[in-house]
Design a protein around this ligand. Structure first.
Ligand SMILES: Cc1ncc(COP(=O)(O)O)c(C=O)c1O
Length: 401
């Protein structure tokens, strides 16, 4: 007889479901499938030669130190570079307000760990980043969704939701937003909404988690103010990452926030991994100190701008009437909407039969809404694949319609 582990699991593990989406995505491993499903950067953008050069330099100049354990807060040199980086956007933080994490995904987990007890309330966008939902779900939080429009989370509906919750004696621990070229929708929240968001946190006694991996990847249009910059009251933690502006394989990101909260996150991180890899941090710090990050971002933007154009023109050319999509001014994703009666999950089988894949929109909804929506990634597929993939997707949609 095989031993059953059922009685041993923690309640959060027992509750965690295998993602249906991940199961669907297993189907796309065939080489003939053009995938708009992932959220991966273009590998062609990785500055391999520079990284090789800097790696050698780190080994020669500070090898023993870079290969040793480091402080949980992160390498002071990298944190100093990030303080300078923040200043270009008018964000004033000092070293004690910066924490290096193993990707922003760890930042989200740390936020969950320091704030959430079982059942605790928080507010998320509809749709919202799936990894954020997973992180908060693992703490068995109760999530309340507030719909977006083409300008991000709707502040009138947020206010309604906060008032409704307050009426029941519920104060959300935080409001989680991805304000710049959101994953999954690609939309950006303008400055006036960001200001309103801060006002509402003050009125309803809560805080904001601003998760912004894509902010730097703007191809066109005006950059709104970072939410953390609008905050005068210590009500914002901002998460940013090297994943989309340098290389995700380094697994490096950072959090800015009030010193007290960063210090709580440091303690929480100690029991997870002691520190983020000092070697990788030394590479990132050197890359930044040589002024290469700005150049790298320019390379990426040029690449993705072209890819977004290709995807937009292909959608225009091939999609049948009744299908609409966002037109992001940057980032990696756009969001397509099928006619109301259609279900993107049902369509998936037909799409896979046509050798094209996407992520179904309902995966990004804490309320299981968004059945007729899908996320399309344009950073990873090649320039040749994008028009062909959109054509295949349009064929699948027309057939299912
Ligand atoms: C909104 C958002 N937050 C966080 C992450 C996690 O990024 P990483 O852990 O690679 O820094 C991602 C990755 O796609 C994301 O889209």
């Amino acid at each position: 007889m095989v031993f059953s582990y059922e009685n041993l699991y923690s309640s959060s593990t027992a509750r965690a479901k295998r993602s249906e989406i991940r199961e669907l995505l297993k189907l796309i491993a065939r080489p003939e499938v053009i995938s708009f499903a992932g959220g991966l950067p273009a590998p062609a953008s990785f500055p391999l030669d520079k990284i090789a050069e800097i790696t050698r330099q780190v080994i020669e100049e500070s090898g023993p130190q870079a290969l040793q354990y480091g402080p949980t807060e992160g390498d002071p040199k990298l944190r100093e570079e990030l303080v300078k980086w923040a200043a270009k956007d008018g964000i004033e933080v000092d070293l004690e307000q910066v924490l290096i994490t193993n990707g922003s995904q760890q930042g989200l987990d740390l936020v969950g760990k320091i704030f959430l007890d079982v059942g605790d309330p928080l507010v998320v966008e509809l749709p919202s980043y799936i990894g954020g939902l997973q992180a908060f779900n693992s703490y068995q939080a109760t999530m309340y969704g507030v719909p977006q429009d083409d300008l991000g989370m709707r502040m009138d509906l947020l206010e309604e939701k906060l008032a409704e919750l307050k009426g029941k004696g519920i104060i959300p621990k935080f409001i989680y937003v991805v304000p710049d070229f959101q994953n999954p929708s690609g939309v950006t929240m303008p400055t006036d909404r960001r200001k309103r968001l801060i006002e509402l946190t003050m009125e309803y006694d809560t805080i904001v988690i601003e998760d912004s991996p894509y902010r730097e990847l703007r191809f066109e249009g005006e950059q709104p103010e970072p939410i953390i910059k609008l905050d005068k009251d210590g009500r914002v933690i901002t998460l940013s990452t090297f994943s989309k502006i340098f290389c995700p394989g380094l697994r490096l990101a950072w959090a800015f926030g009030p010193e007290e909260l960063i210090s709580k996150m440091v303690v929480a991180k100690q029991s997870m991994d002691l520190c983020s890899p000092p070697f990788n941090q030394a590479i990132a710090a050197t890359f930044m100190s040589q002024g290469l990050l700005h150049k790298q971002i320019d390379v990426i933007k040029e690449l993705y701008y072209k890819k977004r154009q290709l995807m937009l023109s292909a959608l225009e050319e091939h999609m049948p009437e009744g299908v609409s999509w966002t037109r992001p001014e940057g980032g990696l994703f756009l969001w397509a909407r099928l006619p109301e009666h259609m279900d993107a999950k049902e369509l998936f089988e037909e799409a896979i039969a046509n050798n094209v894949a996407y992520v179904v929109g309902s995966a990004f909804h804490c309320d299981e809404g968004g059945k007729n929506t899908m996320r399309l990634n344009f950073s990873y597929p090649s320039e040749e694949q994008i028009p062909e993939g959109v054509k295949r997707l349009a064929t699948a949609i027309k057939k299912t319609m």
